[in-house]
Design a protein around this ligand. Structure first.
Ligand SMILES: [Zn+2]
Length: 293
């Protein structure tokens, strides 16, 4: 059986508009089409050196692209240079070099990545929590408050493993909340699902296959509960409408009153959820200081 993974065109498109700040375009039209010849595979990155600082840039060729464009991906904290399929890499590099000051400035303005270690503040169910790791013995992360009334997440065990434990905790809580919400909608809609998987996708918050398998980003546990609940309702609505038609949105509006608010939250605040945690394990992420080609 062919499983057709259902792309969230609408959410997807909105997210990308939200996360990317389009820099500037090269207005020059494309060079004349060249004969198709087998080219050696080109590097997926180039490294721009500007006033002694290396700036790695991801290269992305796109059939939809008509010009050279630079953008900053907030979710991946990366500079991305998009060029047409037949675009010239040398021209693209010159283009990036001309805008090096601008790129540097945008990188400096990026919100800092927040590691999941003691002292950091991380949102959990929409509320900022201080991470505490005192080496306490025990198996469970405890949720509490400090003497000032600030919410805390007290992580047990060796502080070296704090990030991993907290991530495990977040994923467990995400699964619990999502399962609960999905069960609720399954019951009122009288539909079934065949599985629920958590992922760490940078490009979508959730998806639903034709066979009824749901995927969600575990990072939704950091968002306010109405956002997580909305995503569950959205995916469940796809059990009846595998599209983003008017019928789909009407059904979704009947399931939850939070459609507009949650879509707005995901667009404006969603990208910032990718700041949290160890990003180094993500293959797509650039190391902004040391990458060399
Ligand atoms: Zn959808």
């Amino acid at each position: 059986m062919v499983f057709r993974s259902f792309l969230h065109d609408n959410l997807h498109r909105q997210r990308h508009l939200g996360e990317a700040m389009i820099l500037r375009f090269l207005t020059r039209p494309l060079s004349t089409p060249q004969k198709a010849v087998a080219k050696p595979p080109e590097a997926a990155r180039l490294c721009l050196r500007h006033v002694g600082i290396d700036m790695p840039i991801e290269i992305k060729r796109s059939p939809r692209s008509k010009r050279y464009a630079l953008r900053i991906s907030l979710t991946r904290r990366a500079i991305v240079l998009t060029l047409p399929l037949r675009g010239d890499l040398k021209k693209a590099t010159l283009f990036a070099e001309r805008h090096a000051d601008w790129i540097r400035q945008k990188i400096d303005q990026l919100p800092q990545a927040v590691p999941l270690i003691a002292g950091s503040v991380v949102p959990f169910r929409g509320v900022p929590h201080h991470i505490k790791a005192t080496g306490r013995r025990g198996a469970h992360v405890l949720i509490g408050q400090d003497e000032t009334g600030m919410a805390i997440l007290d992580v047990p065990g060796d502080p070296v493993f704090c990030a991993r434990r907290l991530r495990d905790f977040f994923q467990k809580q995400a699964r619990r909340d999502l399962q609960k919400a999905v069960d609720h909608y399954a019951q009122i809609m009288d539909v079934k699902i065949t599985g629920l998987t958590l992922r760490d996708s940078k490009s979508r918050w959730g998806s639903c296959s034709a066979a009824g398998r749901l995927n969600f980003s575990w990072r939704l546990i950091m968002a306010p509960p109405f956002v997580l609940d909305y995503l569950a309702a959205h995916e469940m609505a796809h059990r009846k409408e595998m599209n983003h038609s008017a019928r789909f949105w009407t059904l979704l509006d009947r399931l939850t009153p939070h459609v507009a608010a949650a879509e707005h939250w995901l667009k404006t605040e969603g990208p910032s959820l990718h700041r949290y945690g160890d990003q180094q394990s993500t293959a797509n992420t650039l190391d902004l200081s040391t990458e060399e080609i």
